[in-house]
Design a protein around this ligand. Structure first.
Ligand code: THG
Length: 265
C-alpha cells in the first residue's frame, strides 16, 4: 500500500494557523511524524481560505523538504500556477494532485507532468460532477488514461481516484467506488494504479465513528485492489488494518511478525 499522509492540509486548524504565523515547526513536526508512522509520501494542500495560495504552497513545500527531504510530495491544488510553484521545488518525483477528465484540465497538467517527471492523480469527475455509478466513473477513468497516453504519459505514472464521498450523505456511492476499482484492474491493460482520499468517507460522521469507518472501508478497498490512499498515516490501527488486509490478499508472505516485517521494509 502506498500511503500518502493527509495531514498537511489547510483544512486542519493547526496547519491554517501555522501558515498564518509562518510557524515552520508545526509543519516540520507534522511532516516528520507522518513519515515516522509509515507515510511513503505527503499530501500538501494550502486549504480553502488562502488568499495567496502560491506563496503558501512554496513556503509549505520548502518547509517540508527541510524536515524530510527525501519524501515525495503530492501537490494538492486545483490552480495551475500553484501546482507549478510546488512541483518546481520538489526534489523527488512529485505527484500532481490532481487532474479530472476535462480535456482543458488535462492538457496543461499533463504538460506539467512531463516537464517535472511527475506522477498524476486523475479524478473520475468532469464538468457534470461525480458520476453516480461505476459505469460513469469507468468511462471517465478511460478518458483520462487515453488522454495521458496521447500526451506521452505512462499508465504506470497514473493513479485513478474513483472519488469517495461521505457515507452519511452518499451511502450508495461506496459500493460503486469499490466496483470501479475492481473493474479498472481488468478493463485497462496495463492497469493504472488506484487511489482514494480515504477520510472523505467519514467526513460528517460522529468523531468516535470516523476511525472505524475509515479502517473498515480501507480493508474493503484493498480487497477490491486499491494501491494507494491519501489517509491519516498517524492512525496506527488504520495502518495495521492496511498491512493486514494486504497480507490476507497475499500481497505479502505470511509470518507471525508480519506487522513489524512490513514496517521494517
Ligand atoms: N482525492 C484526492 N485528493 C484529496 C482528496 C481526495 N485531497 C484532499 C482530501 N480528499 C483528502 N484529505 C483529507 C483530509 C482530511 C479529511 C478528509 C480528507 C477529514 N478531516 C476531518 C473532517 O473534516 O471531518 C477532520 C478535520 C479536523 O480535524 O479539523 O475528514 O478525495 N486525490
Amino acid at each position: 500500500m502506498f500511503v500518502i499522509g493527509e495531514r498537511i492540509n489547510g483544512m486542519f486548524k493547526d496547519v491554517a494557523e501555522a501558515v498564518k504565523k509562518k510557524d515552520k515547526e508545526v509543519i516540520r513536526s507534522l511532516a516528520k511524524k507522518q513519515v515516522a508512522s509509515g507515510a511513503n509520501a505527503l499530501d500538501v494542500n494550502v486549504g480553502p481560505s488562502s488568499d495567496n495560495p502560491k506563496e503558501v504552497m512554496e513556503w509549505l513545500v520548502k518547509t517540508i523538504i527541510e524536515a524530510v527531504g527525501d519524501v515525495p510530495l503530492a501537490i494538492d491544488t486545483t490552480k495551475k500556477d500553484v501546482m507549478e510553484a510546488g512541483l518546481s521545488l520538489c526534489r523527488r518525483k512529485p505527484i500532481i494532485n490532481s487532474v479530472n477528465a476535462n480535456e482543458d484540465k488535462m492538457k496543461p497538467l499533463f504538460a506539467l507532468a512531463k516537464k517535472y517527471k511527475a506522477s498524476v492523480i486523475g479524478l473520475t469527475t468532469d464538468k457534470s460532477g461525480i458520476p453516480k455509478d461505476s459505469e460513469g466513473r469507468l468511462e471517465l477513468a478511460m478518458k483520462i488514461i487515453a488522454s495521458a497516453m496521447e500526451h506521452g504519459i505512462d499508465t504506470s505514472d497514473i493513479y485513478i481516484d474513483t472519488v469517495i464521498l461521505p457515507v452519511n450523505v452518499a451511502q450508495a456511492h461506496v459500493k460503486e467506488v469499490l466496483k470501479t476499482i475492481r473493474e479498472l484492474k481488468v478493463l485497462a491493460d496495463p492497469a493504472p494504479k488506484t487511489i482514494l482520499g480515504l477520510s472523505n468517507v467519514s467526513q460528517g460522521s460522529q468523531a468516535h465513528l470516523k476511525p472505524l469507518i475509515n479502517r473498515t472501508f480501507l480493508a474493503m478497498a484493498i480487497a477490491s485492489g486499491l494501491d494507494a490512499a491519501i489517509m491519516d498515516a498517524n492512525d496506527k490501527d488504520l495502518l495495521d488494518t492496511a498491512i493486514t488486509a494486504e497480507l490476507l490478499m497475499e500481497r505479502q508472505l505470511y509470518c507471525d511478525s508480519f506487522l513489524d516485517a512490513y514496517r521494517k521494509k
